[in-house]
Design a protein around this ligand. Structure first.
Ligand code: MGD
Ligand code: MGD
Ligand code: SF4
Ligand code: MO
Length: 712
């Protein structure tokens, strides 16, 4: 091997090696992340990735999944061309067609459904990928359908609604200025690696950490001054019990309560029902530990609380649990103060850049109002605070055709395994006249589509992206789109032209749309594209703690609402409680027969570092880190059932059965099982009933299910 060959093998960039570093971003996980990537490229091929050291968000760091980007984009099952189904749904037989033919079929089929039924009979759905959503949302509205839905029906929004009802604003933990971090369902090590650094820094400067988790998590091990290993889904009772302790011990900030809150007297009365002994009976916790944790939180302020987009809200009591936890911040005066939970609003696709874009107006100006969305009137708080259909009602409406039929789905990254009773949903696809799905990979769900469109990855496209600290970026493709794949937004804008939608902006293309949305911020897409790194936006304003309360909360009373006026206004037929009371997370599965047959409490959907939903189970390197779907079980339970580590086990619920391997652990409590979701061969969601839903948000109770387990 000569010197040059050695340098090429070592992937050293330079003119001689022909290896260039091109900047892009990782879009494998949520838009809350999207780490900057240095892509090492030679002859249009990606050789390797590293985190971008100068990127204001990740500063060079990548997680396990991000490090696997090369393995991810070159997956064997990448869709190469547009495809038309030629076999039965689900079988996976397709023939390649041209883009023109694909657009022609889509235009014709959607027009036919619009004509025969109505535009609302076409549901537009986006999976976890969010970058193209403003375009898809507007496309849906311009087409004339009210039915735009996303994975928000299971993620983030329930927490967001609880915030809207209680404080009127999302409030992230201000860890750099805090004294005590209440890590309530804090999964940072596995779910958001960049959130760990500030907690470590807090510990290093002598701050205190309380961890409340069902598992002995890495955060519990590394950071906890007090660790409360709580019974799954009983957090609402704990929060109310802590509320009572805070009031009874005189730790409440009465001036703050007087000035900024509404409904304190009613709340005070409610928490009388949660004395310490009762709370410990429900939660399985030790009274001294609960007392000490509460005292630390309430007296060693400022204190801030971590919120999870999913862990607690994936329960049928989730929204109210979340409200009960927010109320602790109101009781102790920790909402909107330095070191507490400080409100800030999104700039663009969930990122809080401190500047404003016209993302909302972009879709609102095309919004139709002449029909109820799918699921509308079933979950009133969802209806009021979320402008999407509640996808947990999609299966019912396809099956029943009430109040009107759903006859076509336009899916972008749609994953049926996200939905409870997945098997019924894919069966219901047979009732559709048309289903088109755009994805990077030939997924389980894409196999049910009539037309499949090949999407390219973030490394193969240009994308607008906001970042905290006042940044905005527009990436450029690091490599050309593989095969005949395209960027999702280009597909939508081209389709808008083919369908001749009444929308000049969409027809003008993605960059024109972005320019429209960022107008008023002193930059254009061309300016952003001129930089390889995110650009500092001059209109960005820093978050000033206290400013939000000063203005008045975005709630009906303008105050933080212990007692929610909005909930009180809903029709009593819904049976909703304006106070954040606790109910059992299995209240709808507690009949004696079900209890006996399915004695375990399953958490279906834990996060582990090497998986994300359904998306990377087939990435060879990531899969090799955990080759089999595993069900975690406590060591004593395993012993009693004669289960050894690695044994094949069958897990059943009243709705279905999955087969996995046992992983024996001391980190999980007896009586509790846990598994990751998204596997095709062991899909957690066949265990979940479609009506096991939070009556406030419509969220499925993924994380509290009754199950049985046996060796097979
Ligand atoms: N049992 C259980 N179920 C759960 C959860 C749980 O904890 N337990 N979690 C819930 C939560 S919080 C969420 S967010 C959802 C997530 O559920 P999904 O939205 O279903 O998430 P993914 O599996 O990431 O699926 C997204 C799809 O988008 C495709 N994709 C990736 N990049 C692109 C792209 O650029 N363009 C297009 N068109 N497609 C792309 C992927 O290949 C994949 O098929 O799952 C929910 N479901
Ligand atoms: N690696 C990886 N990262 C991800 C994802 C992924 O699939 N894989 N998904 C992304 C998405 S879409 C989301 S929504 C986020 C969610 O990410 P997180 O909000 O961090 O959610 P989880 O990791 O499910 O749960 C957080 C912690 O809560 C604990 N927990 C579970 N149930 C309970 C309970 O009843 N009470 C208490 N107190 N604690 C409980 C879990 O053990 C865990 O330690 O993760 C994102 N990041
Ligand atoms: S998958 Fe990992 S590297 Fe990629 S954006 Fe998410 S946190 Fe960053
Ligand atoms: Mo999520």
């Amino acid at each position: 091997m000569n010197e040059l060959e050695k340098k090429i093998k070592a992937k050293i960039p330079g003119e001689d090696t022909g290896i260039e570093i091109k900047r892009s971003l990782c879009a494998i996980c949520s838009p809350g992340c999207h780490c900057g990537l240095d892509c090492y490229v030679k002859d249009g091929q990606l050789l390797k990735v590293e985190g971008t050291l100068e990127h204001p968000y990740n500063r060079g760091k990548l997680c396990t999944k991000g490090a696997a980007n090369r393995n991810y984009i070159y997956r064997e099952d990448r869709i190469r061309t547009p495809l038309k189904r030629v076999g039965p749904r689900g079988e996976g037989k397709f023939e390649p067609i041209s883009w023109d033919e694909a657009y022609g079929i889509i235009a014709e089929k959607l027009a036919a459904v619009k004509e025969k039924y109505s535009p609302h009979s076409v549901a537009f759905f986006s999976g976890y990928c969010k970058w193209y959503r403003p375009i898809l949302h507007r496309f849906c509205y311009t087409f004339g359908s009210v039915n735009f839905g996303t994975d928000d029906s299971t993620c983030f929004k329930s927490m967001d609604i609880a915030n809207s009802l209680t404080t009127g604003a999302p409030g992230g933990p201000n860890i750099p200025n805090t004294n005590t971090f209440l890590g309530w369902n804090y999964g940072g090590y596995y779910s958001n690696h960049l959130s760990v650094g500030p907690v470590r820094a807090l510990k290093e400067r002598g701050g205190k950490v309380i961890i409340i988790d069902v598992r002995y998590s890495p955060a519990a091990k590394n950071f906890a001054d007090i660790f409360l290993q709580i019974r799954p889904g009983t957090d609402g009772a704990l929060a109310l019990g802590m509320g009572k302790l805070i009031i009874d011990n005189g730790w409440a900030d009465m001036d703050y309560i007087e000035k900024h809150t509404y409904g304190f007297d009613e709340y005070k009365e409610l928490v009388q029902n949660y004395p310490l002994d009762k709370v410990c009976e429900i939660t399985g916790l030790n009274p001294d530990d609960v007392f000490e944790a509460t005292k630390l939180y309430a007296t060693n302020g400022p204190a801030c609380t971590n919120f999870s987009a999913s862990a607690l809200t994936h329960r049928v009591n989730g929204l109210q649990t979340h409200r009960a936890i927010i109320c602790l911040g109101a009781l102790t005066g920790n909402f909107d103060r330095p070191g507490g939970n400080v409100p800030s609003f999104a700039s663009y696709i969930h990122k809080r850049g401190g500047f404003t874009t016209r993302e909302m107006e972009f879709r609102e100006e095309k919004r139709p109002f002449d029909q109820l969305r799918i699921g509308e009137t079933r979950f009133p708080t969802w209806d009021e605070y979320c402008d999407e259909f509640q996808a947990m009602d999609l299966l019912r409406q396809i099956e029943e055709g009430r109040p009107y039929p759903v006859k076509a789905i336009v899916g972008f990254g749609m994953n049926a395994k996200m939905f409870p009773e997945t098997d019924k949903l894919v069966k219901a696809f047979d009732k559709l006249d048309f289903f088109v799905d755009a994805d990077m990979f030939m997924t389980y769900t894409a196999k049910y589509a009539d037309i499949v469109l090949p999407s390219c990855s973030s490394l193969e496209r240009g994308e607008m992206k906001a970042y905290e600290g006042g940044y905005l970026a527009f990436t450029k493709p690091a490599i050309p789109p593989l095969y005949e794949s395209k960027s999702d937004v280009d597909m939508l804008c081209e389709l808008a032209r083919v369908m001749d939608l009444d929308d000049d902006l969409l027809k003008a293309g993605y960059e024109a749309c972005c320019d429209w949305m960022i107008e008023g911020n002193g930059v254009t897409v061309a300016d952003l594209k001129a930089s390889d790194l995110p650009v500092k936006i001059q209109t960005a304003k820093p978050v000033v703690p206290g400013a939000y309360l000063e203005k008045g909360c975005r709630t009906p009373t303008g105050k933080i609402e212990f007692y929610s006026k909005a909930i009180a206004a809903y029709d009593p037929k819904y049976g909703l409680n304006p106070l954040p009371d606790y109910v059992d997370p299995l209240f709808d599965e507690n009949d004696p027969e079900t209890k006996e047959k399915y004695p375990f409490h399953m958490i279906a959907g834990i996060r582990i570092p090497n998986t994300i939903h359904s998306r990377v189970h087939e990435v060879p390197w990531l899969r090799s880190l955990r080759p089999d779907p595993l069900c975690e079980i406590n060591q004593d339970d395993a012993k009693n059932l004669g289960i050894n580590d690695g044994d094949p086990v069958e897990v059943s619920s009243p709705y279905g059965t999955v087969r996995l391997k046992a992983m024996i652990t001391a980190k999980l409590q007896p009586g509790v099982l846990a598994m990751a979701h998204g596997y095709t061969e062991a899909n957690a969601n066949v265990l979940v009933g479609r009506d096991h839903l939070d009556p406030y948000s419509g969220y499925p109770g993924f994380k509290s299910l009754r199950c049985s387990i046996r060796k097979y």
